[in-house]
Design a protein around this ligand. Structure first.
Ligand SMILES: Cc1cc2nc3c(=O)[nH]c(=O)nc-3n(C[C@H](O)[C@H](O)[C@H](O)COP(=O)(O)OP(=O)(O)OC[C@H]3O[C@@H](n4cnc5c(N)ncnc54)[C@H](O)[C@@H]3O)c2cc1C
Length: 273
């Protein structure tokens, strides 16, 4: 099978380190990683797998196999005491001239205040901490002519939607719907003037007690959308990503192959590791 567009020709694990961290807003921490001079910058929703140590581990042991299946089988075969955590994140910004990459982590916690390992890593990261980096390429690869672009996502998709908007041709028309926990989590990013960006903040909604993504789905369902052929990309909490695509296909007659989707995380379930 051929290589997907905009993915690395040769996969390799890079050893990065934390340069600095910055609290961007109530629910986002930006972690800047260094040591990534050899990374090919891809734009769009360029994503990566990050590997970081578990509690009590002194050594960050990265897999040596680099095929998509090979590294994972090797990872699973490693006893948990030696296995690092691994989580998927988007390259929010990259400065290849200094080998730096910014990753924006959503800080989430359950009712008892427990955070996932990645959110905790972002909160506790110190300059010099080592992080494994596996380039996964970009997932936004529309391969059909279209009149307008539709992007829908929750807060975990904000870095991806910002990256896609920044990479779109200047004449692009379209709509982006982004759900965020609070109005203060909104971020400015460059986008073509024909892209209409709609923010939905859970703290501004009277009935946002449900799962993240519900408001974005509701906003999409209620939206008056442009005419013509669309390329849609729906990402974020699994029920949002699949629900938005189902709505587009079943209720708006969008051909399935024109509506890509990706569940970035699932409510109540930790990422596999
Ligand atoms: C291609 C791709 C790109 C991604 N890019 C980003 C990115 O740039 N920024 C980003 O923040 N996330 C991004 N994600 C999502 C991120 O990988 C998940 O949110 C991941 O589960 C977080 O790991 P964790 O260790 O903090 O929590 P986990 O250990 O995976 O989960 C622990 C608990 O927290 C819940 N949980 C996980 N994430 C969230 C959340 N965001 N809000 C509320 N509850 C949650 C789980 O349901 C589970 O109950 C991306 C995912 C993919 C697949």
């Amino acid at each position: 099978m051929g290589r997907k567009k905009n993915t690395p020709a040769e996969r390799q694990f890079l050893m990065a380190h934390v340069v600095r961290t910055e609290r961007l807003s109530a629910n986002f921490v930006r972690v800047t990683l260094g040591g990534l001079e050899s990374l090919e910058v891809r734009g769009d929703d360029h994503w990566c797998r990050l590997f970081f140590t578990r509690e009590g581990q002194d050594v960050l042991a990265l897999p040596t196999h680099t095929t998509e299946i090979g590294w994972y089988l090797q990872y699973l075969a490693t006893p948990k005491t030696r296995r690092p955590w691994v989580r998927a994140y988007t390259v929010r910004d990259a400065r290849p001239e200094v080998g730096e990459v910014d990753i924006d982590f959503v800080i989430h916690a359950d009712r008892d205040g427990n955070t996932g390992p990645a959110a905790r890593f972002a909160l506790e990261a110190q300059p010099g901490d080592r992080v494994g980096f596996l380039d996964q390429g970009a997932a936004y690869t529309p391969d059909h002519p279209h009149d307008w672009t539709l992007l829908v996502g929750d807060e975990t998709a904000l870095p991806a939607i910002a990256g896609i908007c920044r990479s779109l041709p200047a004449q692009t028309r379209g709509v982006a719907i982004i759900e965020i926990p609070t109005a203060g989590d909104r971020q400015d990013f460059p986008a073509p003037s024909g892209m209409e960006i709609t923010w939905v903040a859970r703290d501004e909604s009277a009935d946002a007690a449900g799962r993240p993504g519900e408001l974005a789905l509701r906003a999409l369902t209620a939206a008056t959308l442009p005419d013509g052929d669309v390329h849609a990309h729906t990402i974020g909490e699994s029920a949002l990503a699949t629900g938005a695509r189902r709505h587009l296909v079943n209720d708006r007659g969008v051909p399935k192959r024109h509506a890509d989707f990706s569940g970035y995380w699932r409510q109540g379930r930790a990422a596999t590791s």
